[in-house]
Design a binder for this molecule. Sequence first.
Ligand SMILES: Cc1ncc(COP(=O)(O)O)c(C=O)c1O
Length: 400
Amino acid sequence: MSFLSATLDRVKPSPTIAVTTKAQELKAAGRDVIGLGAGEPDFDTPENIKAAGIAAIEAGKTKYTAVDGIPELKKAICVKFKRDNGLSYEPAQVTVGTGGKQVLYNAFMATLNAGDEVVIPAPYWVSYPDMVLLAGGEPVFVEAPLETGFKITAEQLEAAITPKTKWFLFNSPSNPTGAGYSWDELKALTDVLLRHPHVWVLTDDMYEHLAYDDFKFCTPAQVEPQLIDRTLTMNGVSKAYAMTGWRIGYAAGPKALIAAIRKVQSQSTSNPCTISQWAAIEALEGTQDFIVPNNEMFVRRRDLVVSMLNDAEGIICPKPEGAFYVYPNIAGCIGKTSAAGTLISDDETFATALLEETGIAVVFGAAFGLSPNFRVSYATSDEALKEACTRIQTFCASLR
Ligand SMILES: Cc1ncc(COP(=O)(O)O)c(C=O)c1O
């Protein structure tokens, strides 16, 4: 009998972390490596937010707090939901956790029983299926292919729902594709959900503020207010405010669900970092002025990467609506052999050969549930992106 839990056999370690580790090993061995794997902005947390964290330390705000967040932060979150999304929540409907990741994890732990299904569009953020499995549930994937802009249709959602479906997990703009659902596209999905009152919606709005061109972010409970009583609207400060290391995520939903999430958190981590909570108030209430220039920079980088990757032989790279990822298709490279003699049989061999032969680290599509693709994070300097895309072009041109 194994000492380790059988539940662990159901999950795999994060493949994005595995790629980062491999790239770091090559770098340590003296190789010239450019990492396009990281899921975080390459700029620092804004000064006003850092100052709020420092002020919290100096004011002695360094002790335990209420398990799921201080009242001041919950109030700021309610104001944010009203201001940005037109959603009315009260503080008792809000939970704050150690990153968006913990909030999602708590939600699944609090609600899933063995055999409960969670509908997840694929490609998906790597952690979704494994969190569902850890909580005893079953992920049900719905393919969102290149042809539909990496978005699922109402018909597909309808077909995926069964009596066992507990959650529909929605993420727009998406990690890994950057695809964003328009109001009408989302309305088509919420119309389906109206017909299935036993299905709840967990929306991961982490990339809300990273929305480009004419794309306007919208969230399910805003598009269909009738869903508010069975929606958990999750968000966080990690991406828009460059606060990945501060570990603050939050969600709002029906009080009974929030109380259940609090129970899970009370017996695991207790409150999220007190200092970070005070800094998060400043993120939400302070100036939002840096978002526009940051997004202009991301648009420039996105356009650079999309254009250079579309010039690479065998690659098709759609231009996404948001986040800081692109998800190029490499069907045109499969079956070929690299200069070093590696047969590119799938996107994992492509990513491995690309890293070993050119020093460019990307995450292979199978990790996100849709192949043959890879994910590029363009949250890095223009120079690094140009050099990386040039090496990808050379690598693709050398395939025979
Ligand atoms: C779609 C999505 N949701 C949630 C998270 C987790 O965010 P946090 O760092 O706040 O835990 C990430 C981070 O990569 C993400 O991409």
